[in-house]
Design a protein around this ligand. Structure first.
Ligand code: NAG
Ligand code: NAG
Ligand code: NAG
Length: 534
């Protein structure tokens, strides 16, 4: 193709033709200013293609098939202000491709299968205002790449996470990953408020139960030990949310300046590991408590009350296992890269960055292996306990009493299983979807981390202590004592009796040691319920 006689042409648009070869296109059009070759079949840009185009200011090569670029292909274009190479097949940008483009204001290299960028690719683009690298995975992204671009005001990436590497750029797209935005660690105002509410509830509930349990002398030390353990684990979730809330406050309005440092920081890693520790220990403890209850209700005669040694060793192994699970990814950096720091909330449920093979397998084993098995054990055990109690219950003499009993059991059963399901089913679904390569919006993940994940931690104190019969009885007793004391003290000044006794057995009977833990198990299953029938 020739363009002889077009010496004074300024603008040339050859849209959607089938040009595939270009030989010094400007030779005959030395004043060409604007060249739009969008949607052709150009495969290579060689050393002579734009050899004479030294007046060109806009060059559009969008939607071609360029896979090969000569390293000084654009060097003659001293005045180029806008270069669009998007939607081509460029895999590698030659080292010095942009070195002579000092006047460039806009560069678009989006949607190319580029595998790697060099640190100094953009170094000479002093005037660049807009850089578009959409649709490209930048595995080796570094701050250094964009630092020389002092005048850059707009940058377009594939992922929000990359914005953290160009903190000086005013406008970065995409501007949120659903969890964080350029301004805030927690993008959503509701999340910002609720991170404190949930954190306070969780911390308060668990600390309250720990305090009560150790303040009031407990009859069953072993069970109390399990519950305190559970509260400690659940309390860690409150601590985790508290730290996230605190850093959200700290970074308010300028998160993007700190994003990368925050996600790489030791704080983020440790806090993420704490959340992991909390969920895993909590899950394992709930499973243990459930199994214990199950064995004692379904096989009441074979059941042997746990010895101190066994309970302690089970608790210790649960905690050791929990610590191992949570902190192992921090040790194996090579295998996991940054396991926790893949998003602002430091919990490995949502990641825009591709996970390493190790990290992927690990989170599947934990979230879909361990947790799913634990969840199934809990559901099946409670189901079978419920069935069992119902079956024995039908033999009860008083019918109305029986109905009442069943309703209470059902309520308790459903509240335990439903909170567990509420907490874990969304996480299983999320993990399965991400296994199936479904894109999960970050918004969903952030709500899961702030609302769903802590549900168990916030409600466990209520389910396993505050609504149970022994607890209510203690409260009633304390209240009675208080009232008595008041009426007494009005008569007799010095009437003081130490009144706190933790009634963790049934007042009507004196169970032998072996049955105690079992009645205990039932006491948690049947709040305010009499066991005269057994
Ligand atoms: C372009 O490259 C060819 C060989 O690939 C070479 O012979 C030619 O001299 C080069 N032209 C310019 C202007 O650099
Ligand atoms: C860069 O190119 C892509 C694809 O052609 C387009 O969608 C995008 O809007 C361009 N970016 C800018 C900043 O013009
Ligand atoms: C940025 O742009 C301004 C004018 O827009 C210019 O004066 C300044 O030299 C540029 N900065 C650099 C580092 O080139």
């Amino acid at each position: 193709m020739t363009f002889s006689g077009l010496r004074s042409l300024v603008l040339l648009v050859l849209l959607n033709n089938s040009l595939s070869q270009l030989e010094d296109i400007c030779l005959e059009m030395s004043r060409l200013n604007w060249l739009d070759l969008e949607g052709n079949r150009i495969e290579a840009v060689g050393n002579v293609t734009f050899g004479s185009c030294n007046m060109l200011t806009v060059l559009v090569l969008q939607r071609n098939r360029i896979s090969h670029l000569y390293k000084h292909a654009f060097s003659p274009l001293q005045k180029l202000g806008e270069l669009d190479l998007s939607n081509n097949k460029i895999q590698r940008i030659p080292e010095d491709l942009f070195v002579d483009l000092g006047e460039l204001l806009q560069l678009n290299i989006s949607y190319n299968p580029i595998v790697e960028f060099q640190m100094d690719h953009f170094d000479n683009l002093h005037k660049l205002k807009s850089l578009s690298i959409e649709g490209i995975e930048i595995g080796n992204i570094q701050r250094r790449m964009f630092e020389p671009l002092k005048n850059l005001t707009h940058i377009y990436f594939k992922k929000f996470q990359y914005c953290g590497y160009a903190p000086h750029v005013r406008s970065c797209k995409p501007n949120t990953d659903g969890i964080s935005s350029l301004e805030d660690l927690l993008a959503n105002i509701v999340l910002r408020v609720f991170v404190w509410v949930v954190s306070a509830t969780t911390c308060f509930g668990n600390i309250f139960v720990i305090a009560m349990r150790s303040y009031i002398r407990s009859e069953n030390k072993l069970h109390a030990m399990c519950i305190i353990s559970l509260c400690c684990a659940d309390g860690l979730m409150g601590v985790y949310l508290f730290v996230i809330g605190a850093f959200d406050l700290k970074f308010r309005g300028e998160y993007n300046h700190h994003a990368q440092a925050w996600m790489d920081s030791a704080e983020c890693q440790v806090v993420g590991a704490l959340a992991m520790l909390s969920t895993e220990v909590s899950v394992m403890l709930l499973t243990y408590l459930t199994l214990e209850k199950y064995v004692c209700i379904v096989y009441p005669f074979q059941y042997i009350a746990p010895r101190r040694g066994r309970t302690v060793s089970v608790l210790v192994s649960i905690w050791v296992l929990g610590f191992t699970i949570a902190f192992f990814p921090l040790i194996g950096k090579g295998l996991f890269r940054n396991f926790y720091g893949t998003n602002g909330v430091c919990f490995p449920l949502h990641s825009e960055q591709p996970e390493t093979m190790g990290a992927q397998v690990y989170s599947i084993v934990i979230f879909l292996g361990l947790n799913l098995v634990a969840f199934l054990i809990i559901v099946i055990s409670y189901g079978s306990m419920f069935y069992n109690i119902q079956r024995t219950g039908t033999r009860a003499k008083e019918y109305s009493n029986h109905i009442k009993k069943e309703v209470t059991i059902a309520k308790r059963f459903f509240s335990i299983v439903i909170t567990d399901s509420l907490c874990w089913i969304p996480i299983f679904v999320l993990k399965i979807l991400s296994l199936m390569q479904v894109e999960i919006p970050g918004t969903i993940s952030s709500w899961v981390v702030i609302f769903i994940l802590p549900i168990n931690s916030a409600l466990n104190p209520i389910l396993y202590t505050l609504t149970t019969r022994p607890f209510k009885e203690t409260i009633l007793q304390v209240w009675d004592n208080y009232r008595q004391r008041r009426s007494l003290s009005s008569i007799q000044q010095s009437a003081y009796t130490p009144s706190f006794t933790w009634l963790e057995m049934w007042p009507q009977q004196d169970p032998p040691q072996a049955e105690m833990s079992c009645t205990l198990g039932k006491s948690h299953l049947l709040p305010m319920e009499s066991t005269n029938g057994t």
